[in-house]
Design a protein around this ligand. Structure first.
Ligand SMILES: [Fe+2]
Length: 187
């Protein structure tokens, strides 16, 4: 079977947006790669982001800030290729496990799953090099659409099995900027 090549990042939901970003900058000596009023992405090494923060005060106003409201949104594992990700998608689908959100983030081709407890995880493939990812996250393209474009994993799997190249599979699909689905817990 195909396995993740590395652990990549963790995303937190918070109602202390500025304070959390400052804390992670201080504790991990992390750099902010992208920040807008809703989302911030930080790194401390050769990964394009190690932490992201979703500002619930903006995305989901009115919560109490307690556990179950704030906290870990998802953790992310990187796969080495789109082929590996799609082979995993096929294996899991045969076992009745399907992603709740297939989304191309621009920086990464992703599928989000939930475990039986509802913990979310992202299986992703980097689009290009880490330097490409950082450059993209600092670009206006990402500023205009930091979420990405949704795709149909069955269509992508069929293209993979028909022999599409890695570059073709990794291309950002045409489509409107995606919204964040309710299953993702941020909105
Ligand atoms: Fe992620």
């Amino acid at each position: 079977m195909t396995k993740p090549s590395k652990f990549a990042h963790v995303v937190y939901m918070t109602r202390r947006y500025d304070e959390m970003i400052e804390w992670y900058q201080r504790v991990f000596e992390a750099e902010v790669v992208h920040q807008d009023p809703a989302l911030a992405f930080l790194t401390y090494d050769d990964e394009h982001h190690r932490f992201a923060f979703a500002n619930l005060e903006l995305l989901k106003p009115g919560g109490d800030g307690g556990r179950g409201d704030v906290g870990v949104n998802h953790v992310a594992y990187t796969f080495a290729s789109a082929g590996d990700l799609l082979a995993t998608y096929k294996r899991l689908k045969a076992a009745g496990i399907t992603p709740y959100w297939p989304i191309h983030h621009g920086i990464a081709l992703s599928m989000y799953y939930q475990d039986p407890d509802g913990n979310r995880m992202e299986f992703q493939v980097d689009h290009g090099s880490v330097a490409d990812g950082v450059a993209y996250m600092k670009s206006e393209l990402f500023g205009n659409n930091p979420i990405g474009v949704e795709y149909d994993p069955d269509v992508l799997l069929a293209r993979y099995e028909a022999g599409a190249s890695e570059a073709e599979l990794m291309a950002i699909p045409d489509g409107p900027p995606a919204g964040i689905p309710a299953a993702h817990g941020m909105v």
